[in-house]
Write a protein that binds this ligand. Structure first.
Ligand SMILES: [Zn+2]
Length: 275
């Protein structure tokens, strides 16, 4: 009898979790440029949400939806607006983005062409940019998304996300990912279930893999030595996708790992369990 009661209460708990969305695996919230905002939406039907015209991930259940919004590094501190469309009504959900001062990093790259590409390199870069942009803005409808990741490579963090960067004393775009210092050949694993949507050898990023986890959540792995998988393949958390290397614009072997939400790069640390 006692066992039956326990089973029943467990069953009710699971049922309640499913109904209320209690079991959602959400990233840590950080409403700063390069961070993630989590906005609660109470509508009956699943709403469509947009941030600067880009579709935003929405998870949860009726009357308890969560929009998981990637905030661009270029966002100005102040009030920003999430556009929510549901049941024919458009509502603006306002939220505040606080300032964050990212550190500056100065790097010296021996291969000068990787900092000041020649004409031939530029033709290649422009061609590759289109493929990279396409992968970053990929959208697939998936409701079973885990936003709690495992670390894709073993090793200490060598460069955090968001650093303002100078290469050979010339200003370049801020650091769009997290660098993990792992030796050449170390395995790189999928941090969550996903689908391989692009692999390639790119001028700056070297050997690269893009994983789609659903609803605009894309992860990217750069400077790889070897790639073990192909486009279209589904991967599970912990599956090996390749090995750490030093291809592309690098100062040494490491994994550069980027996380994209609604087509903007956000801090990967927000998706890792904090100790
Ligand atoms: Zn990096």
């Amino acid at each position: 009898m006692k066992n039956n009661l326990l089973t029943l209460s467990l069953y009710i708990f699971i049922l309640t979790s499913a109904v209320t969305g209690f079991a959602l695996d959400l990233p840590a919230e950080s409403t700063v440029p390069g961070g993630v905002a989590i906005i609660s939406i109470q509508t009956l039907d699943k709403p469509n949400a947009f941030f600067y015209e880009k579709k935003v991930m929405v998870l949860g259940s009726s009357n308890n939806w969560k929009a998981i919004v990637g905030i661009p590094l270029s966002a100005k501190p102040g009030i920003h607006n999430l556009q929510v469309k549901s049941e024919g009504i458009e509502t603006n959900y306002k939220f505040e983005v606080a300032n964050k001062d990212y550190e500056t990093q100065y790097l010296t790259i021996k291969n000068k062409r990787k900092v000041n590409p020649n004409e031939q390199d530029m033709t290649r870069i422009i061609k590759e940019k289109k493929l990279i942009s396409k992968a970053k803005s990929h959208w697939s409808n998936n409701e079973a998304i885990s936003l709690k990741f495992i670390q894709p490579a073993e090793g200490p963090y060598s460069s955090p996300f968001g650093l303002r960067r100078y290469f050979n004393e010339q200003p370049r775009k801020p650091h769009s990912g997290l660098d993990i210092a792992a030796p050449k050949g170390a395995p790189i694993v999928a941090p969550a279930n996903g689908t391989v949507i692009n692999t390639g050898n790119y001028f700056f990023n070297g050997n690269t893999v893009f994983l789609d986890h659903g609803q605009g959540l894309i992860t990217m792995y750069c400077h790889m030595d070897s790639i073990n998988i192909e486009e279209g393949i589904q991967v599970k958390t912990g599956d090996i996708i390749g090995n750490v290397g030093l291809t592309g614009r690098v100062t040494g072997a490491h994994l550069h790992w980027s996380v994209m939400l609604n087509n903007v790069t956000v801090d990967p640390l927000l998706f890792l369990a904090q100790d």
